[in-house]
Design a protein around this ligand. Structure first.
Ligand SMILES: [Zn+2]
Length: 227
């Protein structure tokens, strides 16, 4: 909803007052789903080529667009990455192979919030007028990358509230989050096979509400991602 390039395509002009501008952006998205859908497709196609193929060295991909309640669009997908360990042939009895695979995932999957204070869902107010996704390209390049990343993570990457419309499901007589939040904090990443025989990776985590993500992809996509 915040991307400035999207709103350049919308009818009318943005109000100068930040609060009014935010309302204008929201209404634009509701009133012009055809513009949003086409922009999303253009942005994702370009992103796939520049970021997934060139930056992450993806050799293949699969993706699908979905519209939440016929409104806000999002994309689900798989990437086949050139140097990724093959989990079908990994020898779990060889610690060197397992450590090397884990190191690969450590570089790709992140769940560390640079704003250490969060940990157990401590809320820190977000100034929505300063939303990092509102920045244009020039402002992004003028930003300190570490501060930009910290702002993005805390604005778009935390699963803060659970509710019945989105993620809460009934399980064993009580309502639980579909995404299993809050996630356990974790000082060391893990690559293992669980009791059900599923291969699992868990990154280091200092915040029980931050989604697993890829730092570079988040900084370029500039909206919520899971990785
Ligand atoms: Zn939830």
């Amino acid at each position: 909803m915040q991307w400035p390039d999207l709103h350049k395509l919308m009818p009318g002009t943005s109000p100068t007052d930040p609060h009014e501008a935010r309302k204008w952006r929201r209404q634009n998205v509701i009133d012009n789903p055809h513009i949003v859908a086409h922009y999303m497709h253009l942005r994702h196609s370009m992103f796939r080529e520049e970021v997934f193929e060139h930056f992450h060295q993806a050799t293949d991909y699969w993706s699908r667009y979905e519209w939440q309640h016929r409104g806000s669009p999002h994309v689900h997908g798989f990437l086949w990455l050139k140097n990724a360990p093959n989990m079908d042939t990994l020898n779990w009895d060889d610690p060197i192979e397992v450590i090397s695979a884990k190191k690969y995932f450590d570089k790709c999957v992140h769940a560390i919030n640079p704003r250490e204070g969060h940990q157990h869902n401590i809320q820190i107010g977000v100034n929505v007028d300063d939303h990092p996704s509102v920045k244009d390209t020039k402002q992004i390049f003028q930003s300190d990358p570490m501060i930009d990343y910290e702002e993005l993570i805390n604005c778009v990457e935390r699963h803060i509230t659970c509710n019945e419309k989105s993620c809460l499901r009934k399980k064993g007589g009580k309502m639980v989050c579909w995404y299993h939040t809050p996630w356990d904090l974790c000082d060391h990443s893990k690559l293992y096979i669980d009791e059900q025989g599923e291969k699992k990776y868990e990154p280091r985590r200092n915040d029980d509400r931050v989604n697993t993500h890829n730092r570079e992809t988040l900084m370029m996509w500039r909206a919520n991602i899971d990785w």
